[in-house]
Design a protein around this ligand. Structure first.
Ligand SMILES: Cc1ncc(COP(=O)(O)O)c(C=O)c1O
Length: 400
């Protein structure tokens, strides 16, 4: 990385996100979801950090131009994405195999629509990101569970049960989450190979949600499609700069489809509904992210590792009843509250009413998540520690 590509970022700076209508901090939203406004918001999965200076500058330059009319496609963008995937993840993808979509959830919704029928089963691995359930339900498909197993503090896939559900002819799709929100596993090549083999053998097509792929600690992220040509042909990879560069309010997402016929169907869908037009700011931000965002990303990963360490130490020393499931990736940490002996509703109310935290209780991710909660640690360390102090006091009050 050249000197010109490096930047220095102050992740400790606390920025008032209430100056804009931030979903995570929105009082009305907090009230409707958690029953009150005055909470530390740790629920929505975005970061309280400013984006890379290079992205800010690219957006400012585009604003300054003053004309925001129709723009033709920017061929440098798919090239930059392919280059990024090769360099960061050793994944050689053909830029022509990218299909641009509005958002990752939009990608998944379209893939469910195109590659299954009403009433078909879609396999998910709970505890898992709750919006999958909403997408499956609203598409009138059936959610089929292949729950993860928690073994000695680590979640594993249950391949025996997967063999069974994959063999049922109505189960046409599986949504993989890699890295896995909310439990933070980065699936290994062995796990992914096994999953890919079972799915291919049973004609189950895999939607691989890899939106969190750029943020991992020590354990490298393996894109499912990078494993083999067979794996690539039987999956649609959903990738995006939204989480990696904190661009949820501006960026788009991509679907990578190696299978030519499926790619054509997908592209045709986006053209048919006219959702294939780019946004001038989106293009500017994404191009800057993928060409000049690496220094920022490396630093944010470092800072997040520091937050994980601070969280670990705080819990061990001051709230030993709450345990952390070691995250391998994502900026979301899965905490085990089972020792407090609360049922799902009681834990939800404990977190909001007693600890003052707007954080996602585990049962939102499926009943398999009951007794746990998901904490978003992408905030200045001082803010995280202040919230943990409130949590500590709430736990102490319970034991008095
Ligand atoms: C696994 C996963 N997929 C998809 C999304 C949503 O992505 P988008 O906003 O691009 O639809 C999130 C956001 O939290 C997520 O964690």
């Amino acid at each position: 990385m050249s000197e010109a590509e490096r930047e220095s970022v102050d992740f400790d700076r606390v920025i008032d996100r209430n100056e804009v209508r931030t979903l995570k901090f929105d009082g009305e939203m907090l009230e409707s979801v958690f029953g009150q406004r005055d909470l530390w918001p740790s629920w929505v999965a975005d970061m309280d950090f400013p984006a890379s200076r290079f992205i800010q500058e690219a957006l400012a330059r585009r604003v300054e131009h003053g004309i925001y009319g129709y723009e033709s496609d920017t061929p440098e963008l798919p090239e930059a994405i392919a280059h990024w995937c090769r360099k960061r993840h050793g994944w050689s993808l053909n830029p022509d195999h990218l299909v641009f979509s509005h958002r990752t959830l939009n990608s998944i919704a379209v893939l469910i629509e195109l590659f299954s029928e009403e009433g078909d089963g879609v396999i998910v691995q709970p505890p898992v990101f709750y919006d999958f359930r909403l997408l499956i339900r609203s598409a009138r498909r059936k959610m089929v569970k292949n729950p993860l197993k928690l073994e000695q503090g680590r979640y594993e896939m249950d391949f025996d049960q997967l063999e069974e559900v994959a063999a049922e002819p109505d189960n046409r799709l599986l949504i993989l989450c890699n890295p896995h929100n909310p439990i933070g596993r980065v699936w290994s090549p062995e796990d992914l190979n096994r999953l890919a083999e079972i799915c291919a053998a049973n004609d189950v097509f895999v939607i691989a949600d890899e939106i969190h792929g750029d943020i991992t600690y020590r354990t490298p992220y393996t894109p499912l499609a990078s494993l083999s040509r067979e794996a690539a042909l039987n999956c649609a990879s959903c990738i995006s700069p939204v989480k990696s560069f904190n661009l949820a309010g501006v960026a788009n997402s991509m679907i990578v489809l190696e299978d030519e016929e499926k790619r054509k169907r997908c592209k045709d869908w986006f053209s048919r509904f006219e959702v294939n037009k780019n946004n001038v700011f989106t293009t500017a931000a994404m191009l800057a992210a993928y060409t000049r965002g690496e220094s920022w990303l490396d630093q944010v990963i470092d800072y997040l590792s520091g937050n994980i360490e601070a969280l670990r130490q705080f819990l061990e020393q001051r709230i030993p009843a709450v345990r952390m499931i070691e995250p391998e990736g994502t900026f979301l940490v899965w905490l085990d509250f089972r020792e407090l002996g609360l049922d799902a509703r009681q834990l939800e109310s404990f977190l909001a009413d007693e600890a003052g935290m707007a954080t996602n209780p585990g049962h939102w991710f499926g009943r398999e998540g009951a007794g746990f909660a998901r904490l978003n640690i992408a905030c200045p360390r001082s803010v995280l520690l202040a919230a943990l102090e409130r949590l500590e006091q709430a736990v102490q009050r319970r034991s008095e």
